[in-house]
Ligand binder design. Structure first.
Ligand code: 5GP
Ligand code: MG
Length: 184
């Protein structure tokens, strides 16, 4: 296991080992199994960042579950609408279902807030959020239903276990943090 990695000239230091992550994922899967198995929840992974977490979390549940993936697409609308954000890839029937949104990281919470707003249009019976990382100091969106969070972290930039820096590093099995005051 490398203690540091280089991505595009920046140095990142190991913060959470694969073993530490795996233990937490097991704990979370146990809690979700106890809380929700009777509700036949539909797990909705948010691409791209959640793909590793979803794979591990879902295999640690103790019941057969359904999983699907969505993506938030952003594009420029007309000048009056500004930036348009759309939920794509949703093919399952959501109406009346218990949905667990699985996301990599919640920073300001604005992305999740928008996603949950769009999801409500499909009329789920209840929505829970399972997230790998929460940056509580940055959270601006109020009252997000974050029932399950693996780690609470400071306002640092992290990569690995699905998270990227400029598209790189999603495949790292541990979590690495950008070393800020690195001497050049
Ligand atoms: P929010 O809307 O909550 O401010 O931002 C959430 C999104 O910002 C995440 O889905 C992720 O794409 C990106 N993000 C926020 N913090 C980090 C970080 O530390 N590392 C990486 N790789 N992405 C981050
Ligand atoms: Mg994301």
């Amino acid at each position: 296991m490398h203690k540091t990695v280089q991505i595009l000239g920046k140095t990142f230091g190991l913060t959470f080992t694969p073993e530490a992550i795996a233990r937490r994922v097991q704990d979370m899967a146990g809690r979700i199994s106890r809380d929700l198995r009777e509700k036949d929840p539909l797990f909705l992974g948010v691409l791209n960042g959640s793909f590793v977490f979803v794979a591990d979390l879902l295999r640690s549940l103790d019941f057969p579950a359904q999983v699907s993936f969505v993506k938030m697409a952003s594009y420029e609308g007309t000048s009056s609408t500004g930036m348009v954000r759309e939920l794509i890839g949703l093919s399952e029937k959501i109406e009346g279902r218990c949905v667990v949104v699985v996301e990599d990281i919640i920073d300001s919470g604005l992305t999740m807030s928008r996603l949950l707003g769009l999801l409500q249009e499909y009329r789920p019976s209840e929505v829970h959020v399972a997230v790998l990382f929460l940056k509580p100091d940055n959270l601006k969106a109020a009252s997000l239903p974050i029932d399950y969070a693996l780690f609470r972290i400071p306002n640092d930039f992290i990569v690995g276990y699905g998270l990227d820096y400029e598209g790189y590093g999603r495949n790292l099995p541990g979590i690495y943090t950008l070393i800020q005051n690195e001497l050049k």
